[in-house]
Design a protein around this ligand. Structure first.
Ligand code: ADP
Ligand code: GN1
Ligand code: MG
Length: 365
């Protein structure tokens, strides 16, 4: 299958082997190795999830605009490892950045970034720092993207009010007859109803600027250099679109400060680790200091709490609706993920004033 697929893209050389790759929840990712002029060259092929991304052409339009701009900026900044610092999209034989198969599914291909890795679970403060710095740099480089507004790939993607409404709707419909099994989690959500509109209200009032944001800043969406462990390249650009930088910082807090997997069932392992948070914030602010407004600064810690809460709501909603959105390995997987996220929300809430103090100290140093 991969060999046949590879022939649809401008790939040089002979197919050697390939297979499934990565641990994402949405798209299907494959790695393929080719031999060209005696050298081994790898590529990533991805089948875009058509259920989640209704207009894959628009996804790829955004990705191409963003990667082209990043490339120019990196060149201008004198970065020497440009090929490994920005995703390189390989066009299809027709010259477009995707190929549509006989089932109507969209595929894309990019160069494989060598000598780099992603982490599913944060292990060291250096990793948290690197992720924070890399995503802030990504936001910074996109501040002057020319052309019109990017496509809003998934409208209301981080609109927590809308996510809350979807959740209430799923409870009411109770399609899979599961609401009775998660009364505690439902109560957890409802108790926090007052916080859901805080960021959307600030955006609506114009107090939070709209910027180009990544919107899926999971730790495993940044490639770290094998040698230096520094952030090298931001990947998974499907949801790059207009948003607030707080969505990105919030998702970094969610995934880079807790030393356990997102689906860890032993909740004693799930908590916000303060020194990881400090490293993440230092990394992020080291590159974002110059463009963050006072309001953005003020809500950094809150964004971690809100985006983690929103993610828990999303997992719970998917569980209630019968697991149609995220890939799952077993029936209760989304419920376990939700419980995990809610445990982390509680931990962030407990430490909120300490974390705000850390942020203030970083800005004053
Ligand atoms: P998903 O949307 O499913 O999360 P990603 O684009 O994040 O898909 O890819 C899944 C994983 O594949 C990543 O976490 C990373 O480890 C690996 N990966 C993706 N793109 C590349 C690349 N260009 N070079 C090397 N590894 C990659
Ligand atoms: C999905 O594709 P992946 O695994 O990087 C999801 C994110 C969630 C994340 C939770 C398009 O990201 O929004 O935060 O799972 N992506 C989409 O792990 O919904
Ligand atoms: Mg990913």
């Amino acid at each position: 299958m991969l060999e046949k697929l590879g022939k649809k893209f401008k790939i040089k050389g002979e197919f050697v082997n390939g297979g499934p790759y990565g641990s994402g929840h949405i798209n299907d990712t494959y790695i393929a190795t080719y031999k060209h002029n005696g050298k081994s060259i790898k590529y990533i092929h991805q089948r875009i999830n058509g259920h989640v991304f209704k207009e894959p052409q628009k996804v790829m339009e955004n990705v191409v605009r963003v990667t082209k701009h990043l490339l120019i900026k990196l060149q201008g900044n004198g970065v020497n490892d440009i090929e490994r610092s920005c995703l390189q999209i390989i066009p299809s034989l027709n010259g477009v950045p995707y190929f549509v198969d006989e089932e109507g599914k969209y595929w894309r291909t990019c160069s494989f970034i060598e000598n780099a890795h992603t982490c599913d679970i944060v292990e060291t403060a250096d990793q948290a720092f690197a992720a924070g710095a890399a995503f802030a740099q990504f936001q910074r480089l996109l501040v002057d993207l020319p052309g019109g507004r990017l496509h809003e790939i998934i409208p209301d993607f981080h609109n927590t009010v809308k996510r809350y409404r979807d959740f209430e709707n799923a409870v009411e419909v109770d399609r899979s007859k599961r609401a009775s099994l998660c009364q505690e989690e439902i109560a957890f959500v409802r108790y926090r109803d007052p916080i859901v509109s805080i960021l959307t209200d600030l955006m609506a009032k114009g107090d939070l600027p709209e910027r180009i944001t990544h919107n899926d800043t999971k730790l495993n969406n940044v490639m770290l250099d094998d040698k230096t462990n520094e952030g090298l390249c931001i990947i998974d650009l499907d949801t790059v679109m207009p948003g607030t930088v707080l969505y990105d910082f919030g998702d970094l807090v969610r995934t880079s400060t807790c030393p356990a997997a997102e689906d860890e069932k032993d909740l004693s392992k799930v908590y916000l680790h303060v020194s990881l948070f400090k490293a993440l914030a230092e990394g992020y602010i080291s590159k974002a200091r110059e463009f963050l407004t006072d309001v953005e600064r003020k809500y950094l810690v809150f964004s971690g709490r809100l985006i983690t809460f929103e993610q828990g709501i999303r997992f719970l909603t998917d569980y209630l609706k019968g697991n149609n959105y995220y890939k799952t390995k077993y029936e209760e997987h989304n419920l376990d993920r939700c419980r995990n996220q809610f445990k982390l929300v509680g931990s962030i809430e407990e430490k909120e004033s300490e974390l705000n103090k850390i942020i203030e100290d970083i800005f004053h140093n």
